[in-house]
Design a protein around this ligand. Structure first.
Ligand code: CA
Length: 224
């Protein structure tokens, strides 16, 4: 795997470069936004790790310009903890995920791996069933006129359901797809997350979109 890191703080930069190199990947480094953009547009990266606050060109400008020029690599934003506006603006500008500083290296790698499992960004592509709609590029989910705020994992889970509408999905299928578990694992995690997702989707609506299929798993569809 080859990654690009755009980060001006040398301590943070060393920490990330060292960690990624140690697990056997290649990483290019840029310490300001202009160099970062030129690297991003010149080479193919499996993922771009992008700090928001950068000299010369900030992370949001870089990201917007990169997407505008057709850049398709997944982008993970590094943000300050608690800056909700940064995260929203970042996702709107075409970031795929974000991670608040400070973070553990394991968490960074987990996020990067998750980005690689996603289908490539397709601008304008929507998935929908009934009154539920998901915009893949902007990561927005709506039911009717209501905007629904989902965590990254809930979003992946819903995306899987929307790609297999009206099909019964087993807990194991869901676990493998959304969490990439390639071993037998405790599928209670699936039940818990389906519970979270169901509450968010159905809150304020009369019909439930996710049905439990006893002893098997779940199905996304309109109730008969
Ligand atoms: Ca910075």
């Amino acid at each position: 795997m080859k990654y690009l890191l755009v980060e001006d703080e040398s301590g943070m930069s060393k920490f990330i470069v060292q960690g990624i190199t140690e697990v056997g990947h290649v990483i290019d480094c840029a310490a300001d936004g202009e160099v970062g953009l030129s690297f991003a547009l010149s080479y193919e990266y499996d993922a771009i790790i992008l700090d928001l606050m950068l000299p010369k060109m900030d992370g949001l400008q870089l990201l917007a310009e990169y997407r505008l020029q057709g850049g398709k690599s997944p982008v993970l934003l590094l943000t300050a903890r608690g800056e909700v506006e940064d995260r929203v603006n970042g996702l709107d500008a075409g970031a795929d995920d974000y991670l608040a500083k400070p973070f553990a290296f394991q968490e960074l790698m987990a996020r990067i791996r998750a980005l690689q499992r996603r289908p490539p960004l397709q601008n304008g592509a929507n998935l929908a069933i009934g009154d539920l709609e998901m915009a893949l590029a902007s990561h927005q989910v709506r039911r009717g006129s209501k905007l629904i705020d989902l965590s990254v994992r809930e979003f992946s889970l819903l995306e899987m359901f929307l790609r297999h509408p009206n099909q019964v999905l087993s807990r194991t299928q869901i676990a493998q797809n959304v969490w990439n578990f390639d071993f037998y694992s405790d599928t209670n995690v699936v039940d818990v997350y389906v519970g979270y997702l169901r509450r968010k989707l159905d809150d304020g609506f009369d019909t439930s979109l996710i049905q439990t299929i006893r002893g098997i798993g779940y199905k996304l569809g309109l109730e008969e």
